[in-house]
Design a protein. Sequence first.
Length: 255
Amino acid sequence: MQTRPAAQHMGSGPLLVSGQGIYEESSTQRFILGTRLQVGERVFRYAVTNGAQTAGIIAQAPTLGGATTTLQTTQAVTVAAPIGATDVYVNALTTAQAAELFADGWASIFDASATACFLYLVRKNIALATSGTTSYITLYDELHIALTTSDQVSLITNPYKDVVAVSSATVLTGAPMGVPPVAITDNYYFWLQTWGPCAILPSAALDFDEYVTMSDTNAGYVEADAASANTMSIGRDLHIGTASEASIVYLMLAP
């Protein structure tokens, strides 16, 4: 007798074999957000939702990069930092940001002298004020360059933290992150599918020779790449699906 394949360890991320199944949701966090799980050909990332999610409809990253009220972009470094430092002093743009909001999120640092930018994973942040020189974020890795007050920092939260349902078919407010395999309750943790064969709703019938992108007629659905104003391909069709009924798409977001 055949049995369902067990979780497999392929690619980056830890091997998980128990704790929360891919068809389960949890009111408590059991894994680090973004943790990777592969089951057969399918890949999932651990996420938490801000608002209820529907199975088979795309979930996106939070608006404004997860920040409160204002996108946190190109803010000047307030205190110079040497090579090897892990604290980067930066203020919030327009709106103060809560402590730990950007924990396990990302910081893009623009080196003005080299006209280059570098990405670091954020370990934690104290509450970020909009002025002064005492607000800072702490990085997991040491800086490989020295920072001056001419350099700039842009911040986003962990993109799997507070994912939201796509609300507009024509104006995306966050990057597509994956597809919930089951309906998810607001503020619950779940496995978000990001790669491999995936049941997903199309806004029009698909065919085998088509890549698919986000629909520009039905929010959170997919359609043939050539027919959409949202031109980022997110997968390819495996099944001639009927409009507004489940199709099977080979999802290609995060392997």
